[in-house]
Design a protein around this ligand. Structure first.
Ligand SMILES: NC(=O)c1ccc[n+]([C@@H]2O[C@H](COP(=O)([O-])OP(=O)(O)OC[C@H]3O[C@@H](n4cnc5c(N)ncnc54)[C@H](OP(=O)(O)O)[C@@H]3O)[C@@H](O)[C@H]2O)c1
Length: 336
């Protein structure tokens, strides 16, 4: 079978297509014939060797993929041959609170990921995907969608009529928009592109702000919300957006701190946090239980993830370069 491997730290050139024997499922394991995978910003960092100092090489990248169960090992009871399943991002985070050891089971980083024609996973490490979704659509769910679901539903629950702010039009932000609209929550959105802002409005955002044209977008958020601020920010920017996100929030509002697109560290206005009684919650994807809860909502609403482009499996480097260009609106997938 064919597998993409990252051989050593380097650029996208370090990604190499190799031949390997097809794996067999062990006890309580399933063998998946892969149908599609999707890319997250984190995969781009990992392939480039920029995903933390503990990265190991060689490894098989990508956390997100969907396949059909084609063989089961001894003792498997939760899935059957023919089921369509996705891997969960951290194979050991099944339910309950996040624990220090969970990241050691993250697909496409700490352990080998999904960019292979066949993959074996523990039966606990997979979930059945909504029946109405294609392989590509279902492959977008494990990281970006579960992260957005966790951010919106688990801590300080939002109420219909509340307002959230999403930053940019990446995978996490678009899923947050779709889930928020499902929940009757208003969405204010930012983007670097007016064309993308038009698409956000078509998807149900009430207001769009071009953060390149309006660098003080927090002031615009304040104006749009009649000086009340938003109830939650889905913070994917990190260092260089956090202070503006704090200023965009209402008193008692929440920040779901998710991403680092604009940098890793900055001087943060601690006074704003205390004066406004702001809650800041770090989000690291989510558990298998959250994934299953989210899938029920996606099935009920027949929700369709936003896909920008689908590449063939053989064009993994081209797909990553496309993500790096920032031209995409929605998820980038590969099909087998
Ligand atoms: N903590 C977690 O569990 C978790 C899970 C998933 C992702 N993440 C992180 O969340 C971030 C987003 O991931 P993703 O997969 O959604 O990324 P993505 O799909 O690659 O999204 C990139 C988009 O973000 C926007 N953007 C870039 N720089 C920005 C900035 N300075 N301010 C506002 N928007 C900006 C751009 O949108 P426009 O083109 O519209 O401007 C860009 O197209 C990454 O840092 C990723 O590592 C964390």
């Amino acid at each position: 079978m064919k597998v993409w491997q990252v051989q050593s730290p380097g650029g996208l050139d370090a990604l190499t297509l190799v031949d390997k024997p097809q794996p067999q499922p062990g006890v309580k394991q399933v063998l998946l014939k892969m149908g599609a995978v999707s890319i997250n910003y984190r995969d781009l960092l990992a392939v480039k060797g920029a995903y933390g100092s503990k990265q190991r090489f060689p490894f098989v990248p990508f956390s997100d993929g969907v396949g059909e169960v084609v063989a089961v090992g001894e003792g498997v009871t939760k899935v059957q041959i023919g089921d369509r399943v996705a891997g969960i991002f951290m194979q050991s985070w099944l339910s309950g609170r996040f624990q220090a050891n969970h990241p050691q089971s993250a697909l496409g980083g700490a352990i080998d990921g999904m960019l292979a024609e066949y993959v074996t996973l523990d039966e606990d490490g997979v979930v059945k995907v909504p029946a109405h979704l294609s392989h590509e659509s279902a492959a977008t769910l494990p990281c970006a969608a579960v992260t957005a679901w966790n951010a919106l539903t688990t801590v300080g629950k939002l109420q219909p009529g509340d307002t959230i702010l999403i930053l940019g039009t990446g995978g996490v932000s678009l899923f947050a928009l779709q889930f928020a609209r499902m929940m009757g929550v208003r969405v204010i959105a930012t983007s670097s592109s007016d064309k993308k802002l038009d698409k956000l409005i078509q998807l149900g955002a009430s207001d769009g702000i071009n953060y390149k044209k309006i660098p003080n977008w927090d002031e615009k958020v304040w104006e749009i919300t009649e000086r009340k601020g938003v109830d939650r920010v889905i913070e994917v920017g990190g260092a260089n957006t956090l202070n503006k996100s704090l200023r965009s929030l209402s008193y008692g509002g929440h920040i779901s701190l998710i991403g680092v697109l604009s940098g890793l560290s900055a001087d943060i206005s601690t006074v704003t946090i205390l004066q406004k009684g702001i809650h800041i919650q770090g989000i690291y994807v989510g558990s298998r239980e959250m994934f299953e809860d989210m899938n029920r909502a996606i099935s009920l609403h027949q929700m369709q993830p936003i896909i920008d482009r689908v590449f063939p499996f053989e064009q993994a480097p081209e797909a990553l370069a496309y993500m790096e260009s920032g031209a995409h609106f929605g998820k980038i997938c590969l099909q087998f």
